[in-house]
Design a protein around this ligand. Structure first.
Ligand code: HEM
Ligand code: HEM
Length: 197
């Protein structure tokens, strides 16, 4: 196996927007004076996650949910191979990481939705508490996510930065999708600005 292009630019940029936005939203959450920074950072997470949902349907081969979201039997099979310390190599996301990723995307969107409703003062104090609950859950799942990434033999963080991972030549994707990446950046900026208004 050689290093081949697996993650296109929209996958990589949306990922680092989510991870960076999450970190900034987390540290600014409790500050009244940094509320606008918080809403902008949180808004970036939501916009990137929403884009990623669409890219999961129309994006390149390994970005599509159909290529890595697996049913219970395959996911359990993969878990068993993990426990035997002999997981098969996955060029895209493996089935366990695939489910963690779906959970992260759902929690990013629900954190954003509850935060926005609290920000607009729609729905009373419980929405602030719902927002806190969603973001705590997101932090916990992100912790599991990072741990799972670090347990792989391959350097997956570098792969998420460069797009290149171990794989067979025929598994490589052909393009970086620069135009979609540019659209993502414009969408993320507009989305975050829109939510902060
Ligand atoms: C600094 C902390 C983080 C690191 C080092 C990290 C690293 C990674 C890596 C290496 C992958 C690729 C996994 C694979 O090859 O199967 C990945 C995927 C993913 N991560 Fe993270 N992550 C971090 C934080 C987060 C956070 C906070 C979120 C959500 C808010 C998140 C959401 C995702 C998603 C949605 C994917 C799937 C990427 C895609 O297919 O578009 N990550 N992460
Ligand atoms: C995934 C992204 C987000 C994360 C990780 C996050 C995290 C947090 C945290 C940790 C707090 C403090 C909770 C507490 O202890 O009181 C907070 C509060 C708050 N966040 Fe977010 N947030 C995110 C997105 C957003 C968005 C998109 C908005 C609005 C558009 C928003 C609006 C608010 C508001 C208004 C509060 C104060 C709530 C209250 O005190 O009742 N957040 N957030």
């Amino acid at each position: 196996m050689n290093k081949v292009l697996v993650w296109d630019l929209p996958v990589r940029i949306s990922h680092w927007l989510m991870a960076g936005g999450f970190a900034l939203a987390w540290v600014t959450g409790e500050s009244e004076s940094l509320r606008l920074v918080h809403v902008f950072a949180g808004g970036t997470v939501v916009a990137a996650a929403a884009f990623r949902l669409v890219w999961g349907v129309i994006g390149s081969r390994h970005a599509r949910f159909a290529s890595f979201v697996r049913g219970p039997r395959q996911t359990l099979g993969y878990l068993k191979s993990l426990l035997r310390l002999a997981p098969p190599h996955s060029t895209g996301h493996n089935p366990v990481d695939g489910w963690i990723i779906m959970l992260l995307l759902s929690l990013a969107l629900s954190s954003g939705a509850s935060g926005w409703l609290a920000y607009q003062e729609i729905g009373g104090e419980w929405l602030g508490q719902a927002h806190e609950f969603c973001t705590n859950l997101l932090l916990a799942v992100a912790g599991v996510h990072v741990l799972s990434i670090l347990l792989h033999n391959e350097n997956l963080v570098r792969a998420m930065l460069t797009g290149r991972k171990l794989g067979q030549p025929h598994e490589a994707i052909g393009r970086q999708h620069r135009l979609a990446a540019a659209l993502l950046l414009v969408w993320a900026a507009l989305g975050a600005w829109g939510l902060a208004r």
